[in-house]
Design a protein around this ligand. Structure first.
Ligand code: 5GP
Length: 114
């Protein structure tokens, strides 16, 4: 089981900010912005580059959950705003092999990212 599956199963605690039947969103343990939430599908695939056509609905559901989470956290405006990040592989900084979307907000984010 990945650490995120254990959070979904409530085996380990997390600060959950949104949940529906497809996804769960909880605050990152090591936040990189004032708001740093991980939006995680309940159906597990390791990383986005391994997704297949059968995962289409799940991938859409994760983005919808990210938007809903941003609205719930009050950052879904063109003034405030937020960034979604998906890391695939070592060079991108992936550490947990369970697809997840980082939702970052609460400060001005640099572009391009480091
Ligand atoms: P990745 O580097 O794979 O894109 O992102 C994994 C993220 O999961 C990291 O930002 C890391 O801080 C976070 N993380 C790892 N273990 C835990 C945990 O047990 N609880 C929470 N809330 N976040 C975690």
């Amino acid at each position: 089981m990945t650490i995120f599956e254990r959070i979904i199963a409530r085996e380990i605690p997390a600060d959950i900010v949104f949940e529906n039947e497809d996804a769960i969103a909880f605050r990152d343990l090591n936040p990189q912005a004032p708001i740093h939430v991980l939006v995680v599908p309940k159906k597990v695939i390791p990383r986005v580059g391994e997704a297949a056509a059968r995962d289409q609905a799940m991938l859409g559901a994760v983005l919808l959950a990210a938007g809903e989470t941003a609205r719930k956290l009050g950052v879904c405006s063109t003034d405030a705003g937020f960034r979604l990040v998906i890391n695939h592989g070592r060079d991108a900084g992936e550490t947990v092999p369970h697809l997840h979307v980082h939702l970052l907000a609460g400060r001005s984010l640099k572009w391009p990212p480091g």
